[in-house]
Design a protein around this ligand. Structure first.
Ligand code: GDP
Ligand code: MG
Length: 598
């Protein structure tokens, strides 16, 4: 392909501003699919994605557009994941493009993820075409929103396009703008040494691992032996293709082109997003810039409610890991919850998506422990450990300092709800960095400990702002903090699944809260049961569950035999779900409930 006739671009937008709808409209206009094939929202292929309206896995589509100058252009549209948890993947997708369409809902205006995505695009030196979407809506105010984009982002909007992805208004003008305003890829010699960027990968039941690439230098061909520079592994390319969005095989991809390859690879863990693919026989000296492996930042334990589901869970975990290189799982046992897995995620949304897939696609009923961040603990002997699980907290006498991850959070909220949002951030140990206004919307920037954000921040933010606040964050640094491990003890026995690491200022409140809940959840026993929260040996909260006065089951005995048998069956069923703590037997459902409120 003539490189001057290629345009590689992404669409960036805040969630719900119309990215997927626009992508579909562009595909339809360029004839990539017939109307019959044009299912709603082609690019969001997974069910969960469609329901949540977010795109988890980036995909790319090659469109052929005949411009007003009579020339046919190849437009490669790359779909990017829309959420902050996947910002590294977004950044790599953008690095594979020369331009971006910035979509802003003309009835809503700039939101937190609009900004976050624009910054990523600017970091990657992309040419940005601003577009005001949904101008068919009576509430659309394109002129006002253009001024807002200019004020907040500093992007010239004199040439901004006004479109409706839904009705098709302005789509032809947008296609022309892509051709005339976006740069073509830099002109390179197709016989240069191969360097292709690995943009994404996923597991396909028929093809094995499919790898989405952008060729930066040289040419990739079927039959070529290639090396993945970050992982060091070599494979022979057995297929080269493009998506139209249907998969179509081609012989090769040259400089500036995007497409996919397969190479007999079994696991996506060998395919790191951002890795450089080069020629095994004539390898590049330097990889492409910007590779960094993704690291999980939020961890939690996942356990089957029914112990006999463990094998099914193990199976499902393996399948998920096959398709998601940023998902980590390791076996774990817990006295309270039995056998399960300790899992690592890129963020809370990633965690939610995986949990949902486990219950929906694999029909597994699971308990998850409270999410925890990764702490860095410096020991007296100079060693530093990464702590993923409160259960592994070392003896305090060995600890020198504990550091926790902090984030920079950007929140955009209508003025009316600013007060409660500021109160929430302060309560969460936040430090205000900036507060500015865009019309009647406030943009506030806070430094916050991630630990507090994974607790219940999203839900609280949503409720105090009636859903009007938008939120975005990036990890910034580790800071030393006065953090303690709070253990929960039942008659003196610690319950591993309920242990948590919290800031000392929150320890008593959280401890008292959990003990109070357990008191309501644990059935009375024949003796008194002490429920305590403790830091080391020091008890900070206590509740006592009174003893059962008389044998309430006595009246069940005697009488009709089938009724008695049924009762016994039921008891046996219940026994399976009981957990023993010293002399105390606790139904697993009590832990489940206790964990629900974090
Ligand atoms: P995404 O989250 O950015 O991918 O947004 P979607 O494409 O899923 O769109 C979010 C919602 O806005 C959907 O209900 C769309 O039907 C609607 N929508 C998208 N574009 C337009 C438009 O131009 N006009 C109107 N009225 N609705 C639109
Ligand atoms: Mg979408």
């Amino acid at each position: 392909t003539d490189q001057s006739r290629i345009r590689n671009f992404s669409i960036i937008a805040h969630i719900d501003h119309g990215k997927s709808t626009l992508a579909d409209r562009l595909i339809q206009r360029c004839g990539g699919l017939t109307d019959r094939e044009m299912k709603q929202q082609v690019l969001d292929s997974m069910d969960i994605e469609r329901e949540r309206g977010i795109t988890i896995k980036a995909q790319t589509v090659r469109l052929i557009y005949k411009a007003k100058d009579g020339v046919e252009y190849t437009l490669n549209l790359m779909d990017t994941p829309g959420h902050v948890d996947f910002s590294y993947e977004v950044s790599r997708s953008l690095a594979a493009c020369e331009g971006a369409i910035l979509v802003v809902d003309a009835s809503q205006g700039v939101e937190a993820q609009t900004l976050a995505n624009v910054y990523l695009a600017l970091d990657n030196d992309l040419e940005i075409v601003p577009v005001l979407n949904k101008i068919d809506l009576p509430a659309a105010e394109p002129e006002r929103i253009k001024r807002q984009v200019e004020d907040v982002i500093g992007l010239d909007c004199s040439d901004a396009l006004e479109i409706s992805a839904k009705t098709g208004i302005g789509i032809d003008e947008l296609l022309e703008a892509l051709v005339t305003r976006l740069p073509s890829p830099p002109v390179k010699d197709p016989s240069d040494t191969l360097r292709a960027m690995l943009v994404d990968s996923w597991y396909d039941a028929y093809l094995g691992v499919v790898i989405l690439i952008r060729v930066m230098d040289g040419t990739i061909k079927k039959g070529q032996k290639v090396r993945f520079m970050a992982t060091g592994v070599a494979h022979e390319v057995d297929r080269v293709g493009i998506f139209t969005p249907k998969g179509v095989m081609v012989n090769e991809l040259g400089p500036g082109e995007m497409g996919f390859i397969t190479a007999g690879i079994k696991a996506v863990s060998d395919c790191k997003v951002g890795d450089t693919i080069t020629d095994e026989r004539k390898p590049a000296l330097e990889p492409l810039e910007g590779f960094k492996p993704t690291v999980p930042v939020v961890f939690c334990g996942l356990f089957p409610v029914d112990a006999s589901d463990f094998e099914a869970l193990r199976d499902a975990m393996g399948k998920l890991a096959l398709n998601d290189s940023s998902f980590h799982a390791e076996m774990e046992t817990s006295a309270a919850l039995g056998f399960g897995f300790r899992c690592g995620f890129l963020g809370l949304l990633h965690l939610e998506i995986i949990q949902e897939r486990l219950s929906r696609e694999y029909d597994l009923d699971l308990i998850s422990t409270a999410p925890s961040v990764v702490y860095k603990i410096k020991l007296n002997n100079g060693e530093t450990i990464d702590l993923h699980n409160p259960a592994d907290f070392p003896d305090v006498t060995y600890i020198d300092t504990i550091q926790e991850p902090w984030i920079k959070a950007t929140i955009m909220v209508p003025d009316d709800y600013l007060g409660p949002v500021l109160t929430l951030c302060t309560e969460k140990r936040g430090e205000q960095r900036d507060l500015t206004y865009v019309g009647n919307r406030a943009m506030v920037v806070y430094d916050l400990p991630l630990n507090e954000v994974v607790f219940d921040f999203y839900d609280r933010l949503k409720s105090v702002s009636r859903g009007y606040a938008s939120f975005d964050y990036e990890l910034t640094e580790y800071r030393e903090g006065d953090l303690v491990k709070v253990s929960i003890l039942i008659n003196g026995d610690p319950v591993d699944a309920l242990a948590m690491i919290v800031h000392r200022s929150q320890a008593e409140y959280r401890g008292r809260h959990i003990c109070g809940r357990l008191k309501d959840l644990i059935p009375r026993q024949l003796f008194k049961v002490a429920l305590q929260a403790a830091i080391g040996g020091k008890v900070i909260a206590r509740e006592t569950l009174g003893a059962l006065r008389k044998d309430v089951t006595a009246k069940c005995y005697g009488g009709d035999i089938t009724r008695k048998r049924k009762l016994l069956e039921k008891q046996k069923e219940g026994k399976k779900r009981m957990r023993q703590f010293g002399k105390v037997e606790i139904p697993q459902s009590a832990f489940l409930e206790a964990l629900k409120m974090g």
